[in-house]
Design a protein around this ligand. Structure first.
Ligand SMILES: Cc1cc2nc3c(=O)[nH]c(=O)nc-3n(C[C@H](O)[C@H](O)[C@H](O)COP(=O)(O)OP(=O)(O)OC[C@H]3O[C@@H](n4cnc5c(N)ncnc54)[C@H](O)[C@@H]3O)c2cc1C
Length: 454
């Protein structure tokens, strides 16, 4: 039999988005994941166990969209189809207080579990460790859902759950980022019998993840003792008001809270290359999309809320059922406001820029790129896009994780120094212009001073 291509080349080209589809589908379990020095989490094939059946490559959404994704590609892939749009929160205080934004994801799952609509929910929890890392499991009880609340803004091979799925006697709900959902559809194309084991999908809005090196950078900023296991929450609204600060909790009881800005300013340093060429921030292939309520009016800015886009009839049924039972408390919103608040016009432009930059580097693009209708003109200034991509690819050129972290810290300090040096100049410029305005006003409006003294 002819040997088929496996996933190794996808990992080498950094086209992998760590969705876990290859790991979940491999019939001989020949695939595992390994961290690179730059913090990527990539599949590694045991060539002795690999039978070269090609399944892992065929389902990989890093390089191609299969039949379902191609046939369901929306007219506007950046926004997708919206049946209804809402904003609101879980009515259970425990779920709401422990949530990332408004707890609607967990409320949908817990109600579906309690009413027997699903037998399990695929979730991701942050496991205590040194360093802490996310883990995937199929929750069978509501208490397991609480542990998994809050967003893990890092790579998660979610579709590894397929290995566990056969143990579940009934359908499951899947909470996923867009790339994980792309992988899910590709796997179901190859294994249509599993379709009826997926009850519904909840897609999280996702602009990008950050590599594991970002997690380690934040731990180093918290001065975590590497020998003591800890947990990291990227955003914890329980320790500061919504959207929440970075929170590191160590097994020895030590708790460190760092301002949200600490996470925000490292984003560009730790963005995986593959995230740059994803158009699907709004998770357009899901049944229900959930995200933060950016740009919406009348939001509870202190405690947070979840924004919801209902995308399919199946999603509508599940959502309305949960709403009618008062498990969630929501109000209708205009979906146009959602796309404005999520910066979708900027996303269109960035996507065009990064796709061109990717091409300019002589790299192969995923097959869907030609199908994405994007009426935004290609940006004239390409410098930033090329630089960002190069920086993402170069992360693995550092000899160690520590070396990369030291480089990022030094670069941030340099930026801060430049800002500080420029600030007094900007400040005095503003003061001088204000003073000259006041003087000229005084001069012109005071006849005695202007004319009398002259
Ligand atoms: C990587 C990532 C990027 C995001 N980017 C944006 C953004 O740019 N704009 C925006 O508006 N919203 C974004 N979100 C969504 C937002 O952070 C919240 O997850 C969403 O509002 C739901 O909040 P909730 O309170 O309803 O969920 P909760 O009740 O807190 O439940 C969270 C659920 O998310 C699941 N989960 C957490 N991390 C992951 C992961 N990495 N992969 C798969 N499942 C996961 C958990 O298992 C849990 O079921 C992002 C989320 C993630 C994971």
């Amino acid at each position: 039999m002819k040997k088929k291509k496996n996933i190794s080349s996808v990992a080498a080209e950094r086209l992998c988005n760590t969705c876990g589809s290859c790991y979940g589908i491999c019939p001989t379990q020949a695939i595992d994941y390994q961290e690179t020095s730059g913090g990527y989490y990539l599949p590694v094939v045991d060539e002795k166990a690999c039978t070269h059946c090609g399944l892992c490559f065929d389902v990989c959404p890093g390089v191609h969209f299969g039949d379902t994704l191609i046939s369901q590609m929306p007219v506007d892939p950046f926004t997708g189809v919206v049946l209804d749009a809402f904003v609101g929160k879980a009515t259970d205080k425990k779920v709401f207080d422990n949530s990332q934004s408004g707890g609607i994801v967990t409320a949908l799952l817990s109600h579906s579990l309690e009413t027997g609509r699903i037998k399990g929910a695929v979730i991701v929890s942050m496991e205590s460790g040194s360093p802490p890392r996310p883990i995937v499991r199929i929750a069978r009880s509501v208490s397991e859902l609480y542990v998994a609340q809050k967003s893990k803004y890092c790579p998660v091979p979610l579709l590894g759950f397929f290995r566990e799925l056969k143990e579940i006697d009934g359908p499951v709900a899947v909470v996923c980022t867009p790339c994980q959902l792309h992988g899910l559809h590709n796997v179901l194309d190859k294994m249509p019998k599993l379709q009826n084991k997926i009850a519904f999908t909840v897609g999280l809005v996702c602009d990008r993840v950050l590599t594991y090196a970002a997690l380690d950078y934040l731990l180093s900023k918290a001065r975590s003792d590497k020998s003591v296991p800890s947990i990291l929450h990227f955003r914890d609204k329980a320790v500061s008001s919504y959207p929440g600060d970075v929170h590191v909790l160590s097994k020895n009881g030590r708790s460190v809270i760092m301002p949200a800005a600490t996470r925000m300013r490292i984003k560009d340093y730790f963005t995986p290359a593959r995230c740059r060429i994803c158009f699907d921030k709004m998770n357009v292939f899901s049944d229900i999309t959930v995200g933060d309520p950016h740009g919406l009016d009348g939001i509870d800015q202190r405690h947070g809320e979840s924004m919801v886009l209902v995308r399919t009839e199946k999603g509508r049924k599940i959502f309305n059922y949960t709403k009618d039972k008062k498990v969630i408390d929501v109000r209708t919103i205009a979906y146009e406001q959602v796309f404005q608040g999520q910066g979708i016009d900027k996303k269109r432009q960035q996507w065009a820029g990064y796709v061109l930059a990717w091409k300019k580097q002589g790299r192969e693009l995923p097959n869907y790129c030609d199908m994405v209708e994007n009426h935004t003109p290609i940006p004239a200034e390409m410098k930033k896009y090329l630089q960002d991509l190069k920086s993402s690819f170069n992360q693995d050129n550092f000899l160690s994780r520590d070396e990369l972290i030291i480089y990022v810290e030094a670069s941030l300090k340099k930026k801060q120094l430049i800002k500080t040096l420029l600030f007094p100049a900007r400040f005095s410029k503003r003061v001088i212009s204000k003073l000259s305005f006041l003087i000229s006003n005084y001069w012109n409006s005071s006849p005695s001073s202007t004319h009398g003294k002259r």
